[in-house]
Design a protein around this ligand. Structure first.
Ligand SMILES: O=P(O)(O)OC[C@H]1O[C@](O)(CO)[C@@H](O)[C@@H]1O
Ligand SMILES: [Fe+2]
Length: 187
């Protein structure tokens, strides 16, 4: 019989007030300057960068083997704000193994999971505290914060899935989400 390598079980704590994972192994920080090329108004993003390059989003993860069978999980915390009306968002990615899915549980804030395929299909799934979004295989995904507090989500996906920025940096997503006079517009 094949011998399995046995990995130690563990538990972690969430700080549900701050919306962060306590004692993460990895803490990814993306500021406004990481988002060049992603917003419709590049000049407005440049202005924001020159005004102090504010924090855009953070990802807190526990280290698990990036191997088949393991699950990667963590917390994504996306700040509220807009770039000339376009809501703060994550870069978005496909998975490097495209036939892998991902689940997001929204813990606080309000926003959308924007998803697209390489064929140009695009969907926006609403997120608020308590809502779960399923990102099926082959869909690129980006979180968008339309609220006034951080959009915090727990994500879980196959640990070997990897990230692929594919056509996103050149083409973006077919839809953009704006906040104008307090109203959300998906265009
Ligand atoms: O690639 P993006 O869109 O910047 O998002 C980064 C983060 O998103 C996650 O896939 C979780 O949503 C993390 O694994 C990753 O570090
Ligand atoms: Fe993902």
């Amino acid at each position: 019989m094949e011998k399995h390598s046995i990995y130690e079980p563990f538990g972690v704590d969430l700080d549900l007030v701050q919306g962060i994972l306590r004692e993460p192994d990895n803490h990814l920080i993306r500021k406004a300057s990481s988002m060049k090329g992603h917003y419709a108004d590049a000049k407005a993003l440049d202005d924001l960068i020159h005004q102090g390059d504010p924090l855009h989003y953070e990802v807190f993860e526990k280290e698990v083997p990036q191997a088949y069978g393991h699950l990667m999980f963590g917390i994504s915390k996306l700040q509220p704000g807009t770039v000339n009306g376009e809501c703060f968002m994550t870069k978005g990615h496909y998975h490097a193994i495209p036939e892998t899915a991902e689940v997001y549980l929204c813990l606080c804030g309000k926003g959308y999971m924007l998803m697209k395929t390489t064929e140009g299909e695009c969907r926006a799934e609403y997120m608020e505290r308590g809502r779960i979004v399923y990102v099926p295989p082959y869909w690129a995904h980006r979180s968008v914060n339309v609220g006034s507090e951080p959009l915090t989500t727990l994500f879980i996906y196959p640990a070997d899935a990897g990230h692929n920025y594919g056509d996103i940096e050149q083409e973006g997503f077919p839809k953009r989400i704006y906040l104008r006079h307090g109203k959300v517009e998906i265009v």
